[in-house]
Ligand binder design. Structure first.
Ligand SMILES: C[S@@+](CC[C@H](N)C(=O)[O-])C[C@H]1O[C@@H](n2cnc3c(N)ncnc32)[C@H](O)[C@@H]1O
Length: 227
């Protein structure tokens, strides 16, 4: 069970939970702030469109990709067809862009995408020199705390009545979301230092590093320093 099994309706239900949660808000804002001067941004795993929406808020252009066509269909209904966003069903592990983006974002996505080396390689080629790659990832030793926070966030959202009218679909979608979290728990998530070391191998330097969500996640902003 993973995001590839999500229907358009699952995306819609998940978005009802995530969009009002701190999880999405803090990540989206940090990513968008770090890409504020980037005119042309590639968003990897656009999913619910929350990072893309925050980046668009700064007036940038976003090209959002996702392997699941249902994500693209959902996000089109959410963010519409204005001139500053384009969409594509494409794989972040097989990027085919050459030197055209000022920024790349990846929110909450390295887990579901996997094979980080392939992503780094494609991002390096897609970015112009001086361009930024901003992503969020979990702090491995805080994963239990992260899952606890997520559960609390969901309970608060339900008790505040954000899910009214979606009970049937909600339970199905919630089960799928929990499956995805459990997969993360058993996966070997690299430490921030491992990511920094990996990024150096791909010609990036660290522009910024900050923890978010009470230290359970971090936002790493890399800069492409070599061609
Ligand atoms: C947690 S959601 C991402 C949330 C999103 N970044 C946002 O801001 O709302 C994960 C998404 O990543 C997509 N995904 C998983 N593997 C992918 C890959 N290899 N390439 C592109 N997208 C992928 C999934 O289909 C799913 O829609």
């Amino acid at each position: 069970m993973g995001f590839q099994d999500f229907t358009v309706d699952d995306y819609r239900v998940m978005d009802r939970i995530i969009s009002v949660s701190r999880l999405s808000y803090e990540q989206s804002n940090k990513i968008a702030e770090s890409l504020i001067y980037n005119k042309n941004v590639l968003d990897l795993g656009i999913g619910l469109g929350n990072a893309a929406k925050a980046i668009l808020g700064y007036g940038n252009h976003v090209h959002g990709i996702d392997t699941n066509p249902n994500a693209i269909e959902y996000v089109k209904t959410k963010l519409g067809k204005n001139g500053r966003i384009t969409y594509e069903v494409a794989d972040a592990k097989n990027l085919r862009y050459n030197n055209i983006f000022d920024g790349v974002s990846c929110q909450s996505n390295f887990g579901p995408i996997g094979e980080r080396e392939k992503v780094f390689d494609g991002v390096r080629i897609a970015l112009k020199k001086g361009g930024a790659f901003s992503f969020t990832e979990q702090v491995p030793k805080m994963i239990e705390e992260f899952i606890r926070m997520l559960g609390e966030d969901q309970r608060r959202i339900i008790s505040q009545g954000h899910m009214i009218g979606h009970e049937m679909n909600f339970n199905i979608a919630l089960k799928k979301i929990h499956e995805c979290s459990k997969n993360r728990k058993s996966e070997k998530i690299p430490k921030p230092d491992d990511f920094v070391a990996l990024s150096r191998n791909y010609g990036f330097s660290v522009r910024d590093f900050r923890t978010i969500l009470d230290g359970t996640m971090y936002n790493l902003v890399l800069e492409k320093t070599e061609n």
